[in-house]
Design a binder for this molecule. Sequence first.
Ligand code: ADP
Ligand code: MG
Length: 234
Amino acid sequence: MKPLISVDNLYKEYSENLPEPVKVLQDLNVKVFRGEFVSLMGPSGSGKSTLLNLLGLLDSPTNGTITFQQREVSKLTHFEKARLRNSSFGFIFQGFNLLKKNSVLENVMLPLLYSKVTRDKAVDAAKNILYATGLESLTNRFPSQLSGGQQQRVAICRALVVQPQVVLADEPTGNLDSATAIQIMKILRDLNRDQGITIILVTHEKDIASYGSRLIQMRDGVIQKDDTLGIKER
Ligand code: ADP
Ligand code: MG
């Protein structure tokens, strides 16, 4: 089976506005297969977010290659990369990152407005996903009128509206109480299990990481450990 994502000899350093470049990822190699649920752990500053951003085509490697569905990403034009990112990846962040002045419906529609979908179709798709996730009563609210857990559920809808191959989640439960965190993890687990969506999740917490099928531990920009996990029943 060919990997969905292959990372080969990946190096990343930051040099913009710095006296000396900062090496963040060093000769990192990893393959991710369709349908995996990968949890990524490691101390603060170990390069987890950097890796996630590179996987999601939000940033470019200093050296090395990332191949997504057999296409080497660095060979794509800026436009092709943006199109691939927008159609194939859904992003979820610790701070939810909803637009405060836009309604829930408008927030969920947003990724579709970057593609060629008409506004009417985007409205329909956003309404469908809000309905399917039981959030239809929140459709016309604004982010400030929602709890943290509700905001993250809206952000999950926004990630899913493009029907992504991969969901990338950077500490999605970091701002939530533990009961709400469990609800969010169950949603992600079900998406992986029932819809086969590949998930790559960064977390600080072992309990949260244990929802995954695989645990990768990073330190100082390299992978230290890579283990298969048993099924978690909660
Ligand atoms: P993690 O998510 O594991 O906490 P990050 O990937 O955010 O780690 O950061 C890894 C290292 O790269 C840190 O030392 C951080 O300070 C540095 N770093 C991250 N982004 C930038 C940037 N845009 N410019 C310079 N250094 C950065
Ligand atoms: Mg981080």
